[in-house]
Design a protein around this ligand. Structure first.
Ligand code: ADP
Ligand code: MG
Length: 481
């Protein structure tokens, strides 16, 4: 419900009315939950016939604190990639170092080999920086795009999402592409980086969370994009191709960002959601993700502001030229505006308007309208996320379920997590009082999880000494500290 309902100012009332479609009722969310639940079930039966793919990940058991030694992780997200050096000791895991690099736009649309060369270059220089020369070190690869996995170190890219569209990668095994690029960059004196596992960022987050909390059964990402994974029982998986031996569970990567691609979400989509989608690189795809993740919220916001100006309700109908430029607003600015919850002087919103539109004249009412619109968009996003989590948590038949989360939007926005929790409580109170859903932050969990999986696979496989091109390499020491 809008906080401005009783304000007599005509423009606020008009803006409220024009953007009412951004405010959904609990009945709407109940319907979204119902539809999601149905789609999840369909995806568990068959990947082919569903919009939510529910991919098998090959991750069956969660870590048990037995991992030791140093490992590398590479986390390719929608905006950034990170290289991490992680160390596991008896009772702790520590990120020794993490470097973050934005992926330049030209690489996001260029040849796949250029993208992988760029990444490999950074991995190798990171390893050299840490004096991992002449050693063999295992690397876990977190890849945040839909994958069809054939094994723990073999996975074909199904489609690019977010702002990526590199040629020559869809349909190929991305582990092979990374290994080939690393091979091009590794010379005799430098480390031998062994890519032993590939996982999705949600799986990484779940694994990192499971290390802290034994009830952790769901991994959630809300950053550039949005996705979730969870632990499913094999008996509920008609499409499970192997035998049903222990552990009788597997992590399912839902790829729930694609929810709505078959039009079922049309009843809650606004004109701004539709126009954003129509002009995106993957029109008609990732409908749910486009309503809630960091890459899209500012574009929804920009489009709503344009409509209000066009209708003469905002900035006295004057259009700041900056607003015509796509992607001119950042999600960080939306986070800043949402800090103004005391509703008194709207300091942050004023600052944001000045920063975004330096030449724009605005008054008190404009500030309130900008705050209201921003708030409606971010809140809707958090409530949509909560509905997705609720639909998954219902599948897990235990009273206490923890959800590990990562991604800049949910981690850095001042109230996003609180709003997710509020909506979850609403679902719990009316459907399953007694159920507890706890959110736990897994900072850099997506990368950390990849290092853990690398460690688990290396536990069995690693050779003590390896010989390569006539030279003897010693592997990293794995003694317990
Ligand atoms: P990735 O998606 O590449 O793994 P992140 O999880 O760091 O990376 O998410 C980056 C996205 O998060 C940005 O594209 C932006 O949309 C959003 N974001 C970045 N900073 C903030 C912030 N302070 N508040 C809210 N959202 C943010
Ligand atoms: Mg990420």
């Amino acid at each position: 419900m809008s906080v401005f309902k009783h304000n007599s100012d005509y423009n606020i009332l008009k803006a409220d009315l024009i953007t009412l479609s951004l405010e959904l009722t609990h009945e709407d969310f109940k319907k979204v939950d119902f539809l999601l639940t149905k789609e999840f079930a369909r995806g568990l039966k068959s990947t082919k016939d569903s919009t939510i793919k529910m991919y098998l990940t090959y991750v069956r058991s969660l870590p048990n604190n037995e991992e030791r030694g140093q490992y590398l992780a590479l986390d390719l997200g929608g905006t950034n990639f990170r290289v991490l050096l992680v160390e596991f000791n008896r009772d702790s895991s520590k990120i020794v170092d993490c470097v973050r690099e934005a992926i330049p736009a030209k690489l996001r649309f260029g040849a796949g080999s250029d993208l992988f060369d760029f990444i490999a270059e950074h991995v190798v220089s990171f390893a050299i920086k840490h004096q991992l020369v002449g050693v063999r070190i295992a690397l876990g690869f977190t890849f945040s795009f839909p994958l069809q996995q054939q094994g723990l170190a073999e996975a074909h890219l199904v489609t690019w999402t977010k702002s990526f569209n590199c040629a020559g990668v869809v349909g190929f095994d991305v582990v092979r592409l990374l290994k080939a690029a690393l091979k091009r960059k590794m010379h005799k004196s430098i480390p031998y980086v062994d890519v032993v596992a590939i996982i999705n960022d949600t799986t990484g987050t779940l694994i990192a969370g499971a290390l802290k909390d034994k009830n952790c059964m769901i991994g959630l990402i809300v950053g550039t994009g949005a996705n979730a994974c969870y632990v499913e029982k094999l008996e509920n998986l008609e499409k499970w191709p192997f035998n049903y031996s222990d552990p009788k569970q597997v992590v399912i990567n839902t790829e729930f960002g694609a929810f709505g691609d078959n039009s079922v979400l049309d009843f809650v989509r606004t004109i701004w959601d539709r126009s954003l989608d129509a002009e995106s690189v993957n029109s008609g795809k990732q409908v749910y993700e486009k309503m809630l993740s960091g890459m899209y919220l500012p574009e929804i916001f920009r489009r709503v502001l344009l409509t209000l100006i066009e209708r003469g309700v905002l900035f006295n109908g004057h259009l700041p030229l900056e607003l015509l430029r796509p992607n001119s607003i950042s999600t960080k600015i939306m986070s800043d505006i949402d800090q103004d919850t005391n509703m008194e002087n709207f300091t942050k919103t004023r600052e944001a308007i000045k920063k975004l539109f330096p030449h724009c004249k605005f008054n008190e009412v404009d500030v309130k309208i900008v705050f209201m619109i921003n708030n409606r968009i971010t809140k809707r996003s958090a409530q949509m996320v909560a509905t997705g989590i609720w639909a998954l948590a219902k599948r897990i038949k235990q009273n206490e379920v923890s959800v590990a989360y990562d991604g800049a939007l949910i981690s850095l926005h001042p109230y996003f997590r609180v709003w997710v929790e509020e909506k979850l409580s609403q679902f719990i109170n009316s459907n399953a009082p007694g159920k507890k859903i706890k959110l736990i932050q897994a900072n850099d969990g997506s990368g950390l999880g990849a290092a853990i999986v690398a460690a688990v696979c290396y536990r069995e496989k690693r050779p003590k000494i390896i010989k390569k091109r006539g030279k003897v390499y010693q592997i990293t020491s794995f003694q317990t500290k």
